[in-house]
Design a protein around this ligand. Structure first.
Ligand SMILES: Cc1ncc(COP(=O)(O)O)c(C=O)c1O
Length: 386
């Protein structure tokens, strides 16, 4: 097994001038971008090789989902989660955000409600409105420095028009990997109110806490599976978000039909290079993946140590993702994102996630860049307290 020393996570890849969404935001300013969730690492060598070989072939016609990719996904789901998936249940997508919006259109009618737990990834908050659905935002609760579902609040806030719940597991931005009992309680709530579950599990292969395992909610039991649209992708894990390749697993035929109907004529297939990258990622990159997790665990330790020095800032344990959700509520800093931009660090504003007083820091970058950004933050805090 190779380690993180065998790959190039320490290498600083120049991303300026590549039309990178993350880096172009601060194009002409000395601000280290630590916002949108893509990592600054090159993708695994096997992915780069596979794309080079496909490019050399030189014909880029309309492309069906390669059968071998379906087989890889099915065996991965079986081996990792003991989840036996029929190939017909897979629906390929150009991205999960597309999938979230399709799900909102596929379930219920105009005027119905979609529920989610906040703070959460911003497209969860916009998708219902784009589909003429109401949005019910149930706050997570904070207990003993952990973010938990508040089932009393769910019961208080559910309406008789609530048709879908969008679950984020692992949860961006709070970093939770929900345990079986938490997922079972959520599934019981959805069963009781006849609510479809749209489970965004894009961060499932980024588990940093070695004591935790990801459990797809659809694997709890067949009844839960029948009301669930699960979505996953290789894009976060293998750093391929610009290649647009994701999939949904929908075991219930009626739900799958509604989903496909909502896609019809609008949602394109993933592109050929996205499929190519996905096949290499799923079949040849286990060593790279393990090494990435080691490196991210080291980065997380670096972040946690630095944040501790910046009291009263704090972070709850990050069980998964490469995103730290920093509590800045009691710091006295009015606009934390502007404050740190002025200090040369570009964080993401908690308000976008429905988390006022927080900011999100993406630590998916080389250790030296991370340390530089954290040092800038520390200096700004020292000056603030002076
Ligand atoms: C929870 C979650 N879902 C979806 C996405 C984006 O998915 P895609 O790029 O496939 O649209 C992200 C990216 O940060 C995310 O954190």
């Amino acid at each position: 097994m190779k380690s993180s020393d065998d790959f190039n996570f320490d290498t600083l890849v120049e991303r300026r001038g590549t039309a990178s969404m993350k880096w172009d935001k601060y194009k002409d300013r000395d601000i280290i971008p630590m916002w949108v969730a893509d990592m600054d690492f090159q993708s695994p060598p096997a992915v780069i090789r596979a794309i080079q070989q496909r490019a050399e072939y030189g014909v880029f016609g309309y492309t069906l989902t390669p059968e071998v990719l379906n087989d890889q996904v099915i065996s991965m789901l079986d081996q990792t989660y003991g989840w036996s998936v029929n190939p017909q249940w897979l629906v390929w997508l150009p991205g999960l955000v597309t999938g979230l919006n399709v799900a909102c259109r596929a379930v219920g009618d105009d005027g119905d409600d979609v529920m989610t737990a906040v703070p959460v990834y911003p497209p969860f908050l916009s998708a219902p409105g784009f589909s003429r659905r109401g949005l019910i935002k149930v706050p997570l609760m904070e207990a003993d420095n952990r973010w938990l579902y508040d089932f009393d609040r769910l019961e208080q806030m559910v309406t008789d028009k609530t048709r879908m719940f969008i679950l984020c597991n692992p949860h961006n931005p709070v970093g939770r990997v929900y345990a079986r009992n938490e997922l079972a309680a959520l599934a019981a709530f959805c069963n009781q109110h006849n609510i479809v579950i749209c489970a965004d599990e894009i961060h499932c292969d980024l588990i940093l806490d070695k004591e935790k395992v990801h459990i797809p909610i659809a694997t709890l039991d067949p009844e839960v599976a029948a009301r669930t649209i699960t979505m996953m992708a290789p894009s976060k894990t293998f750093n391929l978000p610009g290649l647009g390749c994701a999939f949904a697993v929908i075991s219930d035929q009626k739900l799958r039909r509604s989903f496909k109907k909502a896609m019809a004529g609008i949602v394109p297939r993933p592109n050929v290079l996205g499929y190519t990258a996905a096949m290499a990622a799923f079949s040849e990159c286990a060593d790279w993946h393990a090494a990435l997790l080691d490196y991210l665990r080291g980065n997380l330790e670096t972040v946690a140590r630095a944040i501790q020095q910046m009291a009263p800032f704090s972070i709850a344990p990050v069980e998964a993702t490469y995103l730290a959700w920093i509590d800045m509520r009691s710091s006295g800093i009015d606009r934390p994102v502007h404050f740190f931009e002025d200090a040369g660090v570009g964080l993401q504003d908690g308000n976008e996630f429905c988390g006022p007083g927080f900011a999100r820091l993406n630590f998916g970058c080389s250790r030296s860049l991370l340390e530089k950004a954290l040092a800038r933050m520390q200096k700004a805090m020292d000056n603030f307290h002076r």
